[in-house]
Write a protein that binds this ligand. Structure first.
Ligand code: AMP
Ligand code: MG
Length: 322
């Protein structure tokens, strides 16, 4: 299969492919998504297959108009509308009760459904042109770093999907916040992102819970995600919150081809490492470069700024070696 590359002026051609049940990747403000028509069983199946995604990991459904929520979910609580008013379009995904009309394979057999409205003109125009919401899991081979530009998508899916729309670099670079509204007693943060728990709590005027938070408020440094390793480069990725421990570790194994990521200028202290600036926007590009350039190890200095960035720490711990 030849993968067609569309410009932002060719959205209607991409929409035609999606209407036929084909897969087209497209940019959002977070990362690139692997788009498929939510009502096409064939498209859903293809997405799981090309990504190599475990069948029990559900897809997020993207809509372009709030009215479409009734097609996707039932018993939509008032808090959904409060959050939608505050944050849609934007990087917040909300989990609701699935409308039985939605194929259960979209949601990996769950009775719930995750929905969001992306804040990217190409994504919104594409969904509107198709006339149906689109599933759009992150456009990466399962377990690997997400895609934040056209080249990343082509590296993983050239020849395997019908098309991709080029929207340049994704402005945020990290996936959406995921919040479940299934339990009326307490909304639950399932994945941290650009929109923080504090912002959500301000709108809801009540506390939400997070199963990933540790007592000290920081996400676990070295324990990767509960079930799957995510976002991982081929090389081992190690996290250090202490500069002394980082220095001692590097001195103990000095001659590896090593990528060192930090939000500070620390290259003078580590002349044998290749140092790069780490942020939400640079993370996935750097992890992909680690693979392309054959780095033997990726080491991250997690200073206060990075430790306090819940979304970034979540991706780093999931990518880190156990
Ligand atoms: P990705 O599409 O790669 O950004 O990942 C989507 C994330 O949303 C995964 O962590 C899923 O587990 C989560 N997700 C999608 N649908 C649901 C759902 N119905 N209930 C809970 N989590 C969901
Ligand atoms: Mg993903």
């Amino acid at each position: 299969m030849q993968t067609r590359i569309f410009s932002s002026a060719e959205i209607s051609q991409a929409a035609e492919l999606l209407k036929k049940g084909e897969i087209v990747a497209f940019p959002t403000e977070t990362v690139y998504g692997l788009g498929g028509n939510v009502f096409s069983l064939e498209a859903i199946q293809k997405i799981y297959q090309v990504k190599g995604r475990p069948q029990d990991n559900p897809l997020i459904v993207h809509l372009s108009h709030i009215m479409d929520i009734e097609r996707l979910a039932i018993a939509v609580p008032d808090e959904f509308y409060l959050l939608a008013e505050a944050f849609f379009p934007g990087p917040l995904t909300l989990v609701l009760k699935r409308n039985p009309n939605i194929p259960s394979s979209v949601c990996a057999g769950l009775n719930s459904i995750a929905v969001r409205m992306p804040a990217h003109p190409i994504a919104i125009d594409l969904i509107s042109a198709v006339g149906n919401p689109l599933v759009a899991p992150s456009a990466n081979i399962s377990g690997k770093p997400s895609s934040t530009n056209l080249n990343h998508v082509l590296q993983d899916f050239q020849g395997k999907i019908a098309g991709v729309i080029d929207g340049g670099d994704c402005p945020l670079g990290i996936e959406s916040t995921v919040l479940s509204l299934i339990d009326p007693a307490v909304p639950k943060l399932l994945r941290p992102g650009e929109i923080t728990s504090n912002q959500i709590e301000k709108i809801l005027k009540r506390k939400i819970s997070s199963f990933e938070k540790e007592k000290d408020g920081h996400l676990a440094l070295v324990s990767p995600g509960m079930k799957y390793r995510h976002y991982a480069p081929n090389a081992p990725l190690r996290l250090f919150s202490s500069f002394l421990k980082l220095s001692a570790y590097i001195a103990s194994v000095p001659f590896l081809k090593r990528m060192l990521l930090s939000s500070q200028k620390i290259e003078n202290s580590f002349p044998l490492c290749d140092c790069f600036f780490l942020s939400n926007q640079t993370l996935y590009n750097l992890l992909r470069q680690a693979d392309e350039k054959g780095y033997e190890e990726v080491v991250v200095f997690c200073d206060e700024k990075i430790l306090n960035n819940q979304a970034l720490m979540n991706r780093l711990t999931k990518a880190a070696e156990k």
